[in-house]
Design a protein around this ligand. Sequence first.
Ligand SMILES: [Zn+2]
Length: 308
Amino acid sequence: MDNITDLGGDVYEIDTRMAGYPGITAGYLILGDRPCLVETGTSTSAPVVRDALNTLGVGPRDLATVVVTHIHLDHAGGVGDIAEFFPEAEIVVHEKGARHLADPSRLMASARMVWGDKLDTLFGELSATEASRIRALGDTGSVDLGGGRTLRSHYSPGHAKHHVGLIDSHTGDLYVGDAAGVYLPQTGDLRPATPPPDFDLRTALDSIALFEALGPQRLLFSHYGPVTDVAGTLERSAEELRIWVDLTRQAHAEGMDLDHAVAMVRERTRERYAALEADDATAEQFELLSGAPSNVAGIMHWLDRVRP
Ligand SMILES: [Zn+2]
């Protein structure tokens, strides 16, 4: 299938075809004695992911683990469906996200408030997973990949309070989720992902520093794909965060409303991103990945919280 890319080390990138688009959200399969899926993609992507796993030789009884970096619907919306397709799989998630996978009603209600009617076309409905199949991770944890290989999790809040990064003992691949921002392989652009309600600058920067300290060989972005310039990319992640926060802080201090703040930040950051000058499809894809309105709203929300 043309949505599977062999990344070496028994790791396969799967384009989940989020909302029908290519190149928006990746899931990753680590093959071995105990096959493990990292990120399910959305609920509407679940059949695409199941078919990709089958193509790679992972049948209904073969998947040992599903792990998600965090429970936002583009990463974990398909957990309930994938759990049903693969009844032996254990579902692994940070402890702050676990209860939402068992009972998604609150998560779905707040997502519906944010996205409105777009929710159905972009994500679909996260369905519940039996609590007995969910294993909650603390500050660190580990997933047995078989043959002595493990995936070690590290709590990495900032983008979301239930976010973990995961490092593969065999390859040194670090699954960064959204904690280092979103990366567009066509242009090499990197933009922060700072949505409401959890964004917090200090913890976000701490998580990037933690990632650096883990000494990964390669970063695997959920949006989108592998990056081998680890140090340069993580440095850029931190720099991008600071720029967006500084500009939004300025807008906030001037008393701008959200629309004006978004327009200002968009204008002042525009030249940083080649994607926005590329063809319309690429620009649209980039905007869908880390929309300026969502980023600025998340930073504004944080500024309101931290203000004395
Ligand atoms: Zn995401």
